[in-house]
Design a protein around this ligand. Sequence first.
Ligand code: GTP
Ligand code: ZN
Length: 215
Amino acid sequence: MSSPENIETDVAIPEENLEFVSSCALPMPWATFQLHAFVDHVSGKEHLALALGDVGNGEPVLARVHSECLTGDALFSQRCDCGAQLEAALRRIAKEKRGVVFYLRQEGRGIGLLNKVRAYHLQDGGADTVEANLQLGFPADMRRYTMVVPMADHLGIKGLRLMTNNPRKVNALVENGIEVLERVPLVENRNPFNLRYLRTKATKLGHLLPSHDND
Ligand SMILES: Nc1nc2c(ncn2[C@@H]2O[C@H](COP(=O)(O)OP(=O)(O)OP(=O)(O)O)[C@@H](O)[C@H]2O)c(=O)[nH]1
Ligand SMILES: [Zn+2]
C-alpha cells in the first residue's frame, strides 16, 4: 500500500464559530433520534448531530462522523459507499440504543457539490478520485473536524467508539482533543460501480478496507 499523498490542505480556512440552534425528535425507520442543529457563523454551514439514548453519561459513545454526500446519502448513488455507511451506522446505534451521528456539511471531501460533479466527470474520463481533485486544483481531502468538538461538548459526550475505515479521521479528531477509544470498521456496499473508488481510498488515502489493502 502506498502512503497517503496530497491529503493536507494548504488552503487557509478560518476557524468556525459554532452555535447550537435547536433540537427536535426525528423518527427514523430504526429508532427515534434526537436531531440537534448547529450553525457555523463563519462558513454559514449548518451541521447536525443525531443522538440516541443518554450520550452524556460519561461512557464512550458509538459514533459516526459522516461528511455529507448528497449523491450517496440522498440519491442512492452507487459510485461510493456513503449512503450504505450512514444507514449501517444508524442501524448499529439503534441496536445499541445509544450513539451519535455527526452529519457534517462538507460535501465532496470539502470541495462542494458542484466541484464533486466536476470531479465525477473527470473520473468518467479515467481519473481516479484523488487525481480528479488535483486536476481541479484542490487537495485530495479538504475536510476538517474541528466543529465536532463544540458539538460533542454540547451533548456532553466524553469519548467515541468511532465507526470509520479512515485512520486520518481518527487522527484529526484526536488532534482536536476528542478522545477516540476504539475504531469500529464500517465496510459497506462494495459493488461494481465503486470498486475502483474503494481501491483508491485504500491505496492513496490510507483507508483500512481489507479487500483492497493489498491491491
Ligand atoms: N471530491 C470527491 N469527494 C467524494 C468523492 N466520492 C465521495 N466523496 C465525498 O467523500 C466524503 C466521504 O469521504 P470518504 O473518503 O468516502 O470516507 P471517509 O469519511 O473519509 O471515511 P469513512 O469514515 O471510512 O467513511 C463525502 O463528503 C463525499 O461527498 C469523489 O469522488 N470526489
Ligand atoms: Zn459518497
